[in-house]
Ligand binder design. Structure first.
Ligand code: GAL
Length: 885
């Protein structure tokens, strides 16, 4: 397996000749003439997919009569036995019996008028309050327990005869769904998307009630999972003959400059009582940046009619050819869409869209990863799914902002650690250009927490894996499947082989991997159970792995795990943590298993066959506040005895069992999405052609006059000269294997610290930090001053505490109060401080090291000017306007 070629190269034909034959080729490939105008003239009854997020009712806890009705182990086995969606030839889940029929909350007539009214997506955990006594590992927020949601909705009489589905993008967790008192389906794994067929239970022409019960067992996650219907829900109406759930698979078996061949497999179900004669018309369109179709179809073709028996489904193949395809890559994210019309006679009975991009991926043990035939390194990050102050309630703009920030850093890849992502993330990554490694699980049969996926693995791993791949396999951004992270079964290939096989049955065009933390997994046979091998935190073993496995491509599935708090610096440099539970931002500190960005860079550069890395993590996340992440015993995470002693003292003083830390220190950006210093060491490495220099620390040290205060510089240049108050402190050059320039003996004096960076002897970039005056004013800068008036769009407003000259005052922590007017609301506030127990939903927030964040949300259908005002005692207030359009 020297090269894993996941897309064959089209033989090189002369462009001109090929173009002459293109129209003919397209017709020959589909073997059937195009239907053209006849279709448009006919009456259509295409599908409708509408948001099902509005106006839900919510309550925590079960009613008394529940008793033992929903014991999780039995429910899971039972649900699994009812599952038929993944057996070829069957259609949707049709549960036998009526689970929970005697529970009042499922009854259509139950009066839920006193329940809380809300819209989805909803995460009940993020509302808090934080509790010092809770485990820091999962965010010190109350996300566990049982909760119910109900929604009343009308179905028009005209829909009789249609098929109605509820598509849940994700519900955390153990979802059970009833419609009009009848149990309709469910899905335990909170990260899987699933469909419930509600057709048999619906009152057409009348009122309907859907009830959903969720159950988050405690001790079921190593990070903050959130709780609730935290992703979008859709009501899908189709005719009884329609494209099955995730029923298309598009591949591009041959791509050349002249033509991109497209292979489509479309599964069509016939939920009528009679055989259905079905043909498909497939059309491919170019998409613009915003996702709108551009002009006419660039390829189109129809399939001959075939008959589908009642209650069956059939896969219908088709081939198309797109002339001169634009290639997709992170730098040039050219997108297409396949529109599939399902025809019965001349009637379009369903219409389905499938994303498409043309790119080739190949994984070589020796030459690394190739994208579109060229060597390409993964400059990736791992991310958990929470969105900071918004919790896990998915928001398109919040995800998009993350991707934009990562791209600004030079990032080109995301690993969705350690679970399938929200579908929106993949659409964003397709659109903005970001490679994705989609991951399934954090554990297999042997769990890491008493109630985690280990409890589900036996009955559900196959269904969850197939659901993941079927949903996501058409996205050009997805380039690796991962079946797991640091699973306990790294002692041999057996289980892993099975999971790899399941994934390949659903998609043979991408490699399967696992994030491995066992050294032995690289040598004991496990490494052969995957297509490409990922080591978590083993830069020192890349070479041995390559020597002993010369045919297996390798990369860093998890790297660095450097810990820092934005804007905190402790001295001397061997002192990373301290008694206020922060971590110094010199980017030199890491837990025992981890390393600095620099050490990983060195290994990546030394061994060019290593395909790149996925840094732990892009953004800080709720939970896992290593090194302050458990109870007092975890003080042992600190290697420095002095720091450990101080922490112990502080804990004793506070008289608290738990440390206050509730979110991670691993992020390159903090929980609010503010850049830590680390952002710039990655930008320097990953965007070598972007002129930049960045100095740390800040330069406000009134207590350190005359004391050694090391200065580090990250630059994409190769040399730099540092000046303190105009006086040169020397020009330094990066030696091989060096990724930062260090002036470790600078004696602090207030004033201006300036760096001039050079590249190839030429002046390249500059940066400066200045000792500021006292805090005197606030400043507001929205990331977007115009947002959509859809009730979902957000503006992330950065609040700066400035001195009289408009410079951010580094250590300032002033309390800022927000006033909002116009058609917008303050959705959440944050400041990136991992130990703050202030509510995210408040209308005030202390600044943390000079910054705070206000997240402003539009109101549905209300256009106009939103005014946000920030006030703080003793400071000049600030105001900004955001236009909702
Ligand atoms: C890894 C693990 C991640 C996270 C990280 C922190 O071992 O896979 O989920 O816990 O450590 O360094």
């Amino acid at each position: 397996m020297e090269c894993l070629q996941f897309c064959h190269r089209f033989p090189v034909l002369m462009k001109k000749i090929l173009m002459n034959f293109l129209t003919m080729v397209a017709t020959l490939l589909v073997g059937f003439p195009m239907l053209g105008g006849a279709v448009e003239a006919a009456e259509t009854q295409a599908r409708e997919r509408s948001s099902f997020n509005a106006d839900w009712r919510f309550i925590k806890g079960d009613p008394e009569e529940v008793g033992d009705t929903f014991r999780l182990p039995e429910i899971n086995k039972w649900l699994a036995s009812q599952r038929s969606e993944y057996e070829v030839g069957k259609t949707a889940l049709r549960p036998e019996g009526n689970l929970g029929a005697a529970v009042s909350y499922v009854a259509p007539g139950f009066d839920d008028g006193s329940w809380r009214k809300l819209n989805l997506p909803h995460d009940w955990g993020i509302e808090g309050p934080f509790n010092q006594e809770y485990d820091g590992e999962t965010g010190k927020l109350p996300w566990w327990g049982v909760a119910w949601y109900r929604k009343h909705f009308e179905v028009p009489a005209a829909d009789r005869g249609s098929q109605l589905y509820l598509d849940f993008d994700g519900a955390m967790s153990y979802a059970l769904v009833w419609v009009n008192g009848k149990f309709a389906g469910g899905w335990p794994y909170g990260y899987s998307s699933f469909r419930v067929d509600i057709t048999p239970y619906v009152n057409f022409g009348g009122e309907n009630v859907v009830a959903v019960r969720l159950d988050n067992p405690p001790n079921s996650s190593r990070w903050y999972p959130g709780g609730g219907i935290y992703r979008n829900v859709w009501l899908v109406r189709t005719s009884p003959v329609h494209v099955a759930h995730w029923g298309t698979q598009v591949t591009t078996p041959q791509i050349s400059a002249a033509v991109g061949k497209v292979e489509l497999k479309t599964s069509v179900v016939n939920n009528t009582e009679a055989p259905a004669s079905v043909s498909l018309k497939n059309s491919i369109y170019v998409l613009d940046r915003a996702g709108a179709k551009v002009g006419k179809a660039v390829a189109s073709g129809a399939t001959p009619p075939l008959s589908i028996a009642p209650g069956e489904r059939k896969e219908i193949p088709a081939q198309l050819a797109v002339p001169r395809p634009d290639l997709w890559s992170p730098e040039t994210p050219a997108r297409y869409v396949v529109v599939t019309d399902v025809l019965q006679g001349n009637n379009v009975v369903d219409q389905y869209e499938t994303p498409l991009g043309f790119r080739t991926i190949a994984y070589h043990a020796k030459d690394g990863f190739m994208l579109n035939g060229k060597p390409y390194k993964f400059q990736g990050v791992c991310n958990h799914h929470d969105l900071g102050a918004l919790g896990t309630a998915v928001n398109y703009r919040a995800l998009e902002r993350q991707v934009e920030l990562l791209k600004e850093m030079g990032g080109n890849a995301i690993r969705t650690s350690h679970n399938p992502p929200a579908p929106e993330l993949l659409e964003i990554c397709d659109r903005l250009g970001m490679l994705v490694m989609v991951e399934a699980f954090d554990c297999w049969a042997s769990g890491k927490k008493p109630n985690d996926y280990g409890r589900l693995f036996k009955e559900w791993h196959e269904a969850d894996l197939r659901a993941m791949v079927r949903r996501d396999r058409n996205h050009p951004s997805v380039v690796i499947w991962s079946t797991g992270n640091e699973i306990a079964e790294q002692n041999g290939p057996w289980l892993s082989e099975k999971l790899t096989r399941i994934v390949h049955e659903e998609d043979s065009t991408r490699p399967v991997s696992v994030g491995c933390n066992w050294l032995e997994a690289g040598f004991n046979g496990f490494q052969k159970s995957v297509d490409i091998f990922g080591f978590n935190y083993k830069p020192g073993v890349y070479e041995r792995f390559h020597n002993e496995n010369p045919d297996i491509p390798i990369y860093g599935s998890e790297t660095a795990s450097t810990i820092s708090t934005r804007g905190e610096y402790f001295f001397p440099l061997d002192h990373g943590g301290q008694s206020d539970f922060q971590m110094s931002s010199y980017d030199l500190y890491f837990p025992g298993w981890a390393t600095t960005p620099d050490t990983e860079f060195k290994a990546q550069d030394k061994y060019p066959y290593v395909m790149g890395e996925f840094v732990w993590t892009g953004f800080d996340y709720l939970g896992e506040p290593t090194p302050y992440n458990k109870d007092t015993t975890n003080l042992l995470n600190m290697a420095d005895p002095e720091a450990k002693a101080k922490l112990k003292e502080e804990l004793d003083r506070l008289g608290k069992i738990q440390v206050p830390s509730r979110s991670s220190y691993f992020g390159i950006l903090d929980l609010a999405g503010f850049k830590k210093d680390r952002f710039y060491i990655y930008q320097a490495k990953w965007r070598p052609d972007f002129p930049m220099a960045h100095i740390l620390p800040h330069w406000n040290w009134p207590d350190r006059i005359g004391q050694v205060t090391p200065v580090h510089v990250y630059t994409s240049g190769d040399e730099a000269e540092l000046f303190l108050n105009g006086k040169s402190l020397g020009r330094k050059k990066k030696e091989a294997g060096q990724y930062r320039l260090r002036w470790d003996d600078v004696k602090y004096e207030p004033g201006e610290l300036r760096v001039v960076a050079y590249k190839n002897g030429r002046q390249w970039a500059e940066d400066k930090v200045v000792t500021t005056g006292e805090a005197s004013q606030l400043a507001l800068s929205p990331d977007r001053a115009r947002i959509s008036a859809d009730g979902k769009d957000l503006s992330f407003v950065t609040v700066k505490v400035e001195d009289g000259k408009g410079r951010v005052v580094p250590r300032s922590g002033n309390e800022v109060k927000f006033e909002i007017s116009g058609p917008g609301e303050l959705d959440a506030v944050d400041n990136g401080n991992p130990v703050s127990h202030e509510s995210f939903q408040a209308s005030e927030r202390k600044a943390f090291n000079g910054l705070a964040l206000a997240i402003v949300r539009s109101k549905p259908g209300e256009k106009g000017e939103i005014k946000l005002k920030a006030v703080s005692a003793g400071l000049v207030a600030a105001e900004t306007t955001i236009s909702a359009e």
